[in-house]
Design a protein around this ligand. Sequence first.
Ligand code: PEP
Ligand code: MG
Length: 758
Amino acid sequence: MNSAVTSARSILTNLHEVMASRLSAQAKLNQVVDVIGENLDSEVCSIYLLREGMLELFATRGLEQSAVHVTRLAVGEGLVGTIAANVEMLNLAEAAAHPDFLYRPETGEEKFHSFAGVPIVRRERAVGALIVQHADPRRYEEVEIEALQTVAMVLSELISNAGLIDEHDALSASPQMTEPQQLTGLPLVKGLAAGHAVFHQPRINIEHVMAEDTEAEIQRVYLAFDKMRDQIDKMASQAEFGVGGEHEEVLETYKMFAYDEGWSRRIREAIDSGLTAEAAIERVQQRTRMRMRQIDDPLLAERMHDLEDLSNRLLRIVSGQVGTAATMGLRGDAILIARNLGPAELLEYDRRRLKGVILEEGSLTAHVVIVARAMGVPVLGRVPGLRGYVREGDEILLDATQGICNIRPGPAISEAFEAKSARNREKQAGYAALRDVEPFTKDGERITIMVNAGLRDDVPMLAATGADGIGLFRTEFQFLVSATLPQRDRQTRLYRDVLDAAGDKPVVFRTVDIGGDKSLPYLRGSEEGMDEENPAMGWRALRLALAREGLMKAQARSLLEAAAGRTLNVMFPMVSEPWEFDAARAVFEQQADFLRARRKMLPEQVRYGAMLEVPALAEMLDVLAPKLSFLSIGTNDLTQFLFAADRSNPRLAERYDWLSPAIMRFIRRVVLGVAGHDIDVTVCGEMGGRRLEALALIAIGIRRLSITPASVGPIKEMVRKIDTSEIRRAMERWLSEPVQDLRGAMIAWAEERGIDWD
Ligand code: PEP
Ligand code: MG
């Protein structure tokens, strides 16, 4: 046993007796300072506790007794206040040399030179400080500091049990955690939301700090380690939602830490010094956090974050407090706080109460974001250090449109937010009133407005928005939110339910667009090439589906069976050359023959379509178009390929504009290219859901849009205010001699005509 363990252990043994005694809380504190002072051979030992927002000297050995309950320091004032404010220890050979040193004559401390202090922490906030001082100018040894930190944990339990601190006071300790804060991030799903913070992984409250039976605690922690390692191994082998490289890296780091001997040894030593398993894990975690603050390397800091996650996992296992906030159920309007989430985890939440999500990580194309968008839940991502600013239950106003969130907002912010929400609600009410109004332009052109969907729960949006149908049903969502490959009967059931719910409105099913960044670990096979450098341009969508014939066949059968007796609209993603369309269609026709041979009912008609997402296909439309019933332009992928700009890279997010002459000319060429053929052309990328962009698409001849449900109202409103021939002429002008700023020209055009474009 090392000496840190021995000193902590002998102090704790003595403290055990003090705590078990029938003394008053004050008398216990008086004894505690004696025990610590003696054991650490320190002339002074003092305890400061937070009372009415001030750190008050509650007990001392070595300072003037008359200063007890008299000396008071604000958080941040003097060395004691600095320890509490930063929740960090100080260890100084010469206290007076420190810039924050503050001399309090009533304590008589002038004769003491060395000074060491640690915060007394409760629920991650300092509620006091434990200080030792010595006449000789010497720095305390690390083992002594560690012993002090262990004792501080015990003290936190003692003072809380004895009601020595007011929990409310405790909360006001750290301004970062208590004062209004505004944090910025990357808007992932735009929208406004208000609610109270709910941690996806709730923090664990440690009930008991001092162990009754050290051996039993060691057993508990060993068992927890075994369980945690099992979990990590499982996650690594069948990660439900492998989101590519980043996810895998995290798992690798988890694995490294989970098996790290040093970590488990330090926890064991902390238990040896007399702590419970929970307290020991927390104790080691505190030490890691402290070291982390001294690290300036962001990559290393990130890894330390992983260790923190793992430490919390271990704590949850050992304390039996498993499960996420979803398991416990949301009690009111909630803003979910997490480092990151998987799509299935998000789907576990009650949709009526989940108002918004804030993530420390996240990117635009992360699955969880796609699912949140489909659920209509605003998401703000990339808010570093988020969990250091929020407490469970804090009020949060999330403006994911502007990319900010206000935590514990003051009255002015709340008022402004309320005004913005009111304007929003008014607008929504206006849009809702358009539900049954058909979107005709002023010159009598009917624009078809459909919605994009992917989950069973999205289907009611069809009726709610009055949309003309589902123009893109992303069938891969079912695959993304499942732990295993959805079997044929599950697929059939979903497709049938969607068709039933849609009634006589059309639904366009897109065959699975998986692979690349939407990889499914349970599909991982030798040929998938998981480590692609450019997954968006990789082994994905139709490329993967055609190679995995079993997968495609099963989906074809499911779709054909689900649409028995009705029309089946099916389209293939990422068609790059016409033969791929032929091959995909052949799989469906083969399956139809199979069903026919077994006298199964078939769809009344099957309409086949292709997505135009790969620019090369635009050159082959004369070959492809005669085979198609419809063409759907997927502008999300198409534009990333046109500009060679990764759609998920936030640095490129603002660089190229959808409203650029290059994109508009390209799409116009596609529209003209299929003009002589009897096929529907739809735009189903996010672009069509934005007013100005939709206006531009209409100007180049697009008459069908499939968009996110929240955009149906705003687009209908805009459509009713325009004259297509007028905007067509303007666009011809802008594109023939390209304007520098097409967006600016369009904004001016819209404003002159009183058309809301934002
Ligand atoms: C697109 O690429 O525009 C599209 C609609 O498909 P997804 O966003 O699912 O890739
Ligand atoms: Mg696409």
